[in-house]
Design a protein around this ligand. Structure first.
Ligand SMILES: Nc1nc2c(ncn2[C@@H]2O[C@H](COP(=O)(O)OP(=O)(O)OP(=O)(O)O)[C@@H](O)[C@H]2O)c(=O)[nH]1
Ligand SMILES: [Mg+2]
Length: 213
């Protein structure tokens, strides 16, 4: 790490362990907050670990609601970080497989896509991918949508504690290779485990870097 990167990592760890507050939960776009601060959004298939990763990054056990039942997060949930507020984190409903009626899944899908496409203060989207499964067609569809909308995103592997190191290396390489073909994807893969704390320090620094862009 360069001295600048070390400084950023230090600041990020201080910010994420400081004030983090739930702001509001928006079931429809008309309820989202005014675009007052830079934002980073977390998206990914149902059950990939979006809410768990937000909890782990902020060191809170349950600031974002998690569940063993896929389809738990049903709204856009906004969290504020910093005192005074520096940026917001948005936890989103999952796409792809969800144990919810098709009509409701379609409603979330529309909510997520419309938000990501049109949100002015959005600095970066984190596209979460389950280490055990790698990229699925629903991820590819999301990535293509983000490419078309010119919304920059980072590829983040989750649940890295669930597979062997050799398999992890392979899935990370595959995701990186495919990510390189997407113009709005940052050419790097973050490997994380909310459970074991893996990759969190690096991701916190990356997020702080993004919101300062
Ligand atoms: N082993 C392990 N399990 C994890 C990790 N992250 C999440 N999980 C588990 O995966 C399940 C889903 O996690 P959530 O954080 O609720 O997933 P989500 O993406 O927010 O799900 P939706 O809101 O339903 O789209 C929970 O049972 C978590 O405990 C991880 O890093 N390691
Ligand atoms: Mg969730």
């Amino acid at each position: 790490m360069t001295e600048e990167e070390q400084q950023l990592a230090k600041e990020a760890s201080r910010l994420f362990s400081g004030r983090v507050e739930f702001l509001l939960s928006a079931p429809q776009l008309k309820f989202i907050p005014d675009p007052d601060f830079p934002e980073v959004a977390f998206c990914g298939r149902s059950n990939v670990g979006k809410s768990s990763l937000i909890n782990a990054l902020t060191g809170r056990k349950s600031i974002a609601r998690t569940s063993v039942t896929p389809g738990r997060t049903q709204e856009l949930n906004f969290f504020e970080v910093g005192d005074p507020t520096q940026f917001r984190i948005v936890d989103m409903p999952g796409y792809g497989f969800a144990k919810a009626p098709l009509k409701i899944v379609e409603k979330w899908r529309k909510l997520v896509r419309t938000f990501l496409r049109g949100r002015v203060p959005l600095r970066r989207t984190m596209v979460l991918i389950d280490s055990r499964h790698g990229l699925k067609d629903s991820d590819r569809e999301m990535m293509t949508m983000l490419d078309e909308a010119a919304v920059g995103y980072r590829l983040v592997l989750t649940k890295a504690d669930k597979i062997k190191a050799s398999e992890l290396e392979k899935v990370a390489a595959d995701v990186l290779a495919e990510g390189r073909k997407h113009q709005a994807a940052y050419p790097h893969v973050h490997v994380t485990s909310a459970e074991k704390g893996m990759g969190l320090e690096e991701l916190r620094a990356a997020i702080l870097f993004d919101v300062r862009q």
